[in-house]
Design a protein around this ligand. Sequence first.
Ligand code: NAD
Length: 263
Amino acid sequence: MDLGLRGRTALVLGASKGIGKACAMALGREGANVMLGARGLAELAATAEEIRQETGARVEIGSVDVTEACQCEAIFGAAKTAFGRVDILVNNAGGPPFGSFDSFNEAQWRAALELNPMSVVRFMNLALPDMKAAGWGRIVNITSLAVKSVLPGSILSTAGRLGVIGLSKLLADEVASFGVTVNNVAPGSILTDRVRNTSLKARLEQGMSEEEALADLAKTIPVRRIGTPDELAAMVAFLASEHAGYITGATIPVDGGVVRSIL
Ligand code: NAD
């Protein structure tokens, strides 16, 4: 299926590795120009080269900590300078630390809320004027299955991400008539460094090998395996496509069936 993205420009945040990198690769494969943002330029440069080699897409990079408003403005401006406009915005970055409610102080809460929802609010603010003027835009936010089903220890993440879900639902309504869609993708267990450093780490510390840890994690997933970043990115690319123009305000799990809730 041709997703109709040739010549479109995507800004993908948290794009040096993991889910963000896979999203940038998938959009590049569909012929979109891609601006990659993350904090470390060296890793970003290597990722950009890999995407260029594999897809032939035009790829630019910018250093950004999405919790810093002026850096968000700078990378958005750089994307416009490089490609003329941003048609597709993929909001993605790392998650806050895990822990119980009583383990976090006010500063940690503020830091988590700067990541979600505030970084998402900032990039939406930057992207929407041009998308509305052009009569076309796609915003996809990477969230977590924790917005569908409680994940113990994820209190900072869940509180902030539910803000993203709420604001996206309302924004979807406000901008639908301009041809702009706003959707969320909710990953379950997708094999990235974040999972290696959280779900798998706990199992490795119990003495399991990586293979055993993956098999143990897979037992909790109906499809009996962990997902790949490419599988998540395929959903993001589809939501960014021409074909997804009638899907907006949705939160779609990509989780191998883990979330059992009906709604
Ligand atoms: P990852 O750690 O592999 O990659 C995170 C990327 O975000 C990196 O490029 C990193 O440099 C960048 N980043 C982190 N903080 C940033 C900041 N402040 N500003 C700019 N860039 C920043 O993580 P991942 O597994 O790809 O996860 C991506 C998102 O999906 C995270 O929000 C994570 O919580 C969420 N998620 C992932 C899973 C999973 O199974 N991998 C499950 C649920 C939710």
